[in-house]
Design a protein around this ligand. Sequence first.
Ligand SMILES: [Zn+2]
Ligand SMILES: [Zn+2]
Length: 327
Amino acid sequence: MDIITPGIYRLKLPLRDFVTSHVNVYLVKGNECLIVDTGWDNQESLEYLRRQLEEVGLVPEDIKHVVVTHGHTDHMSMAHRIQSQFHARLYMHKRDIEVVNSRSASGQDFVQQTDELLRRNGVPDSEFHGPYPALPEIAFVNADVMLEGGETIALGNFNLKVLWTPGHSPGHICLYEPAHKLLLAGDLVMPTIAPNIGLHLQYSSNPLGDYLSSLDMVKKLDVELVLPAHEHPFRNLRERADEIFQRHRRRDNEIISIMSDGKPRNAYQLAVTMTWLPDTASEGWKNLDPWNKRLAVLETLAHLEFLRSGDKLDKSVSNGAVIYRAC
Ligand SMILES: [Zn+2]
Ligand SMILES: [Zn+2]
């Protein structure tokens, strides 16, 4: 457990067999205790939480509020347990509640519908074979407070402003504490890794456009320290945001340059020719595992739709197959 400032602490919960080693859980101790994000819902996570709370003289029952920055399993899984077992109030943005609950309701259909989306965008069946990481089952969310953005959660010394920052997920939020110039950033911005921005089912039609607007919005805030959900806290928000803008611009330019020959292409044809380094520590498409191949195509689609929204590309659909070409 690290002290960020008196009253705000970073707890680390392990994420075994996941793309990142841990999730940062931030404890805000004002006139009541609040935590931001949770890890896997298992005994090990709960023990880690309990032990780190003990260091500041707390027990899980002292947590009165749980804010989930977005509906991904590494952030959301244990929130339910804390809500039901320790009677904390659960806060989450309404768009991610809708997405999570509709995916839970559709179960396996969601995977099949994503396969269908990938097929329409040119991915051959041979690319669909696993192994995929075993993710915890998605549960229904029953939030006590449905956030929209713009609310303030007042905890005495700390006033947490809810910022709606869609893109990585449609209902992603950050919390901004203006008096202490802190940004609790979820997966929006991290010191070295960049979040996946993909055209997932039930997301907006232009998630990359949403993400870049969200990043631009937080970049303008007066922030001294960013508290991300993975990796470690960092200070240089504006520089880091600019690096991420550049990274996306490079990818846009790569697509524009491939498409400049005027030939029509689908997202899969683009994804296999694009450079995935350094994003995945891989040299190219053939070295990606099946799960990352799916993410890479969905990320390519997010770029294609972003470029289309800026009138750089056209899209056509014939017999269900989606094709892009330069304008
Ligand atoms: Zn996430
Ligand atoms: Zn995450």
